[in-house]
Design a binder for this molecule. Structure first.
Ligand code: GUN
Ligand code: ZN
Length: 428
């Protein structure tokens, strides 16, 4: 079996720095990662690993910073082409831009084209895992998984389900077809190579109670699967949910009443939560996903990072409601939103959110999101001086945190020196 040593600076996290402090992070200025059979076999000082493995092939990234590949916990790959569409808030944005574009995914060739474009954009931005919504069309799921499989990527995805007349007729399934199609896709793809199926009701307003119940039943039959949906993103949306589900105690109750609340539930946005909803989410051990560029771009609100004390929280682009494919830009937006709420997130917390934290929200914390022996070798190598503006700022740094913060705040795909997927260099 051929060994490869990747040399550079390394930064490893034993756990969440927000919970256990900065002692959770270890920086090695002259570090090495030993890759064997697609996994991390060892990590340590370059000199020690070179001596121990003299026959290993060597890739030297110099002062490049080796991190786990970024993990994007919530995105919509079919919205790739409508990213940065001007001037609308959530409901108008869905009707004006999103739904007409998603209708195009009835065509498998178009779905394959966008899936390939999207996954290459992810890799060029250092993202190696994503949890993506597809469209109502089963072929949009097949296209996405096929393209991810061809790239060897670990991804999660599901058919987006919508059967209510609040969604346009050209983009509706039924309660029964959503159940049948989701079940068939789950058995075709879940656990194949590095692919996982996620049961995906879009959100309560575009599903009938019958469809939510059908998907709740499917989840009960496959409790190891994740279930992803949206929750309390905008106040207009919450009022809409109230009018469509007059019996519900609150937005979360529309999911709970239909079997869609559980420890493997992944709730995107979750900005305007009631105290009861937070208590219930914490009680069942659900995960929330913070989508900061989307929350400012569509004007949704400021997510409360304090929720990390009680719930698992992942970080995500929410492409194309989010305005970027880059998890660097997404970390910057998370920093800015926390500042608006009076908290400065440490670079260690931001990096953890984009790697181990997101992996934990996806229940993948034993496979990806850390540089540690036994983990899958999905890595990103950052150039901490990728533009003249970043280089002059990082040159003044006294420690690794000051050195990396300008890249977090100002970096883009030029900062991605290389990306490794299961040990293979894959920068497009
Ligand atoms: N809520 C329901 N669907 C969507 C979507 O596609 N994007 C965002 N940001 N919110 C949603
Ligand atoms: Zn979303």
């Amino acid at each position: 079996m051929s060994d490869r040593l990747i040399l550079g600076q390394t930064l490893t996290f034993a756990g969440d720095p927000a919970a256990v402090g900065l002692g959770a992070a270890q920086h090695e200025a002259n570090g090495a990662v030993l890759i064997r059979a697609g996994h991390i076999a060892q990590i340590g000082p370059a000199r020690a690993l070179r001596a121990a493995y003299p026959d290993a092939a060597i890739t030297d990234h110099g002062e490049g910073l080796i991190l786990p590949g970024f993990v994007d916990a919530h995105a919509h790959y079919p919205q790739t082409a409508i990213i940065a569409s001007w001037g609308k808030r959530l409901i108008d944005w869905l009707n004006t831009y999103t739904f007409p574009e998603e209708a195009r995914f009835a065509d498998p060739a178009y779905a394959a084209l966008i899936a390939a474009r999207y996954l290459d954009l992810l890799l060029s931005n250092g993202t190696t895992t994503v949890a993506s919504y597809c469209t109502i069309h089963p072929q949009s799921v097949d296209a996405f998984f096929s393209e991810a499989q061809a790239r060897g990527m670990r991804v999660l995805a599901g058919k987006t389900c919508m059967d209510r007349d609040t969604a346009p007729a050209f983009l509706r399934d039924t309660a029964q077809s959503a159940y049948d199609d989701s079940r068939a896709l789950l058995s075709r793809w879940h656990g194949v190579d590095r692919l996982s199926y996620i049961i995906t009701p879009r959100f309560s307003p575009t599903s009938t109670p019958a469809q939510l119940s059908a998907l709740g039943a499917l989840w009960a039959e496959h409790p190891d699967c994740l279930m992803q949906t949206h929750l309390s993103e905008q106040t207009d949306e919450i009022a809409w949910v109230q009018s469509l589900y007059p019996q519900a105690r609150d937005y979360l109750d529309t999911y709970e009443a239909h079997g869609l609340l559980g420890p493997n539930g992944l709730y995107g946005h979750a900005i305007h939560l009631e105290a009861r909803e937070i208590d219930r989410l914490a009680e069942v051990g659900a995960a929330l996903v913070h989508c900061p560029t989307s929350n400012s771009f569509i004007g949704s609100g400021l997510f409360d990072m304090g929720l990390r004390d009680r719930l698992r929280v992942g970080l995500a682009t929410d492409t194309g409601g989010g305005s970027s494919f880059s998890m660097l830009r997404t970390m910057a937006a998370a920093y800015e939103i926390a500042q608006l709420r009076g908290t400065a997130l440490h670079p260690a917390e931001l990096l953890w959110l984009a790697t181990g934290g997101s992996a934990k929200s996806l229940r993948l914390e034993t496979k990806i999101g850390r540089l540690a022996p036994g983990y899958e070798a999905d890595l990103v190598v950052l150039d901490l001086a990728s533009t003249s503006a970043i280089a002059q700022a990082s040159a003044r740094a006294d420690d690794i945190w000051q050195a990396i913060f300008p890249t977090i705040m100002m970096g883009d795909d030029r900062a991605i020196a290389q990306v490794y997927v299961a040990g293979h260099a894959r920068k497009p």
